[in-house]
Design a protein around this ligand. Structure first.
Ligand code: ZN
Length: 89
């Protein structure tokens, strides 16, 4: 296993410069930008554990294509995200 391979599930990009989660995972810029895009959809307030879990979930999620605005998501999971903290607003 190459020390420089992206850890995203299904991604074969070779990278050396982007480490996340205290160097636990490596991501290529493509995947990292996708992670940043997904992050915008996450609840504004979560526990550190939840944020960490979401990052781990992303790393384990299959890479589909560049940009994921139309990505098919897990309905139950996304519903939970979208309805979280409803009472605060
Ligand atoms: Zn990647």
């Amino acid at each position: 296993m190459s020390v420089c391979e992206c850890d995203r599930n299904g991604c074969k990009e070779i990278v050396c410069d982007k480490y996340i989660m205290d160097h636990k995972y490596r991501l290529c810029w493509d995947c990292f930008h996708e992670l940043e895009e997904q992050m915008k959809q996450w609840p504004a307030m979560m526990t550190r554990g939840e944020v960490a879990q979401k990052i781990i979930d992303f790393v384990h999620s299959e890479k589909t294509c560049r940009g994921n605005a139309s990505e098919v998501v897990n309905t139950a999971e996304t519903f939970k995200e979208l309805t979280r903290d409803t009472w605060k607003y």
